[in-house]
Design a protein around this ligand. Structure first.
Ligand code: SF4
Ligand code: SF4
Length: 444
């Protein structure tokens, strides 16, 4: 197994222009009254959840409407009150069409009874009770991973520090920046709760360098809290990846999970939802989303109900839908997924909608242009933060060589997109690495 000192021989990644400073001072826009919500019965592409409701049922806001028997995958809850009018397939952030519970919003926002009474302080709860509540509330990693948050807190490792990741190294996305500024109290409360849940002595909030006003503000805010510090990290991609972040901040390395190094990393948006869940608010039914890019006239940051259709936010942001060369991405341009239409759903894992306009060359879009041959420049190898050989993985994928792909440890790829970004021949290397993983898993 490679060790990280080898993996990061190239430093900490690549500086990529962010194009998001215009969003830093923007107020959060609340968009909370969609006529319908479409709650995907999945948190991940591969793992569907069982619907607990059927067409015609009346559901209350916060009611559990989807779960899995094994409980590993976070439950789903209704984000409005109203009538279930369908369970049909809609476009998910994965690029696949998945079953969604469609609820017609009655705009009464009637809550389930237990939520109306719920209110408690984490000091009244044991660590186990907090973890149980996080699980029941359906909280997942809101930085884009979509994995159940509670799972990190059932580790048997001794945890020393909780890190809130506010690095947000992908271009165009300012969701975490907005949350840190506008929901600061909940970020800190969430961190305190997470520290209690893991019996961790210390808390750290990590943000990117060159954000002095935000840094000063958070340092000031942290004075009210014991054992919470604010740390700046270099402005490089993929600094937000847990392995890079932990090495940068703690000079620690681990093989499997951050918990092996005594650390749990959560996104700042996740901390807000943990605070809401424990303090008696609702389960995870809202999320914050950046809509940004050259194909929108008014880039904005929205607070929306889970299940809102992306096209409603795009309309509010002045989306230039008539431009032929628009490319819509659920997430950021590096790790997000290109969407075939604007009718995709804002599920828990969608932290941004990136709206790009592609340049054309001789009337052709770059993706339609023939690939240039690989010039064996090794740029993809030199810049891979996981220490892989993307070019060789790609070649093995083209020949369907599952064993070679395994030997090249393709499964360690975090799909950060850097190999495609740096390739001078414009080869979609990341796509090939994704393909290689499928070859390795027998085509699945
Ligand atoms: S996408 Fe995977 S292979 Fe490519 S640079 Fe990122 S981690 Fe390396
Ligand atoms: S960066 Fe592109 S051209 Fe260079 S080795 Fe990798 S795949 Fe080949």
């Amino acid at each position: 197994m490679r060790i990280l000192s080898e993996l990061f021989k190239l430093g900490y990644g690549v500086h990529i222009p962010g194009d998001k400073k215009h969003l830093y001072d923007q107020e959060l826009q609340w968009y909370l009254d969609p006529k319908y919500v479409y709650i995907p019965l999945t948190n991940h592409v591969k793992h569907g959840l069982r619907s607990l409701v059927k067409v015609g049922d009346y559901v209350k806001m916060g009611q559990k409407i989807g779960e899995r028997a094994d409980n590993i995958y976070a439950a789903l809850h209704a984000s409005v009150s109203g009538t279930v009018v369908g369970i049909d397939k809609y476009l998910h952030r994965s690029g696949n069409y998945v079953d969604c519970v469609v609820i017609e919003n009655d705009e009464r926002y009637k809550q389930v009874e237990e939520l109306e009474q719920a209110c408690c302080l984490e000091s009244q709860l044991s660590s186990q009770e907090i973890v149980d509540k996080i699980r029941e509330s359906g909280v997942v990693g809101l930085g884009g991973s979509g994995f159940s948050t509670y799972v990190k807190y059932v580790s048997t490792n001794e945890i020393d520090t909780i890190v809130l990741n506010g690095v947000e190294c992908e271009p165009y996305i300012a969701t975490d920046h907005n949350i840190l500024l506008n929901r600061t109290d909940l970020v800190f409360e969430g961190l305190k709760i997470m520290m209690h849940a893991a019996n961790a002595a210390k808390g750290v909030i990590a943000i990117k360098q060159h954000k002095k006003p935000l840094f000063d503000y958070l340092v000031q805010f942290a004075q009210e809290y014991e054992n919470i510090t604010i740390i700046e990290v270099p402005d490089a991609y993929p600094m937000g990846w847990e392995k890079v972040l932990i090495r940068q901040v703690f000079r620690k390395e681990y093989d499997r999970l951050p918990a092996d190094a005594g650390i749990i990393v959560n996104n700042v948006a996740t901390a807000v939802e943990v605070a809401s869940a424990i303090r008696g608010d609702l389960p995870l039914i809202y999320r914050t989303v950046t809509v940004n890019g050259p194909a929108v006239e008014k880039p904005q940051i929205f607070r929306v109900r889970i299940g809102t259709q992306a096209k409603e936010l795009l309309a509010l942001a002045g989306y230039k839908a008539n431009v032929q060369q628009v490319r819509l991405i659920a997430g950021g341009p590096m790790m997000g997924t290109i969407m075939e239409s604007d009718e995709f759903i804002i599920s828990k894992g969608v932290n941004a909608i990136t709206c790009l306009i592609e340049e054309t060359v001789d009337g052709q879009r770059p993706l339609e242009l023939p690939e240039e041959p690989c010039v064996r420049c090794a740029s993809c190898v030199d810049n891979c933060p996981a220490g892989l050989q993307p070019v060789n993985i790609m070649i093995a994928a083209k020949f369907g060589e599952a064993e070679t792909i395994q030997q090249l440890e393709a499964k360690a790829c975090i799909e950060c997109g850097l190999c495609t970004y740096v390739c001078p021949s414009k080869i979609p290397v990341t796509q090939w690495v994704r393909e290689a993983k499928k070859v390795m898993n027998g085509g699945k």
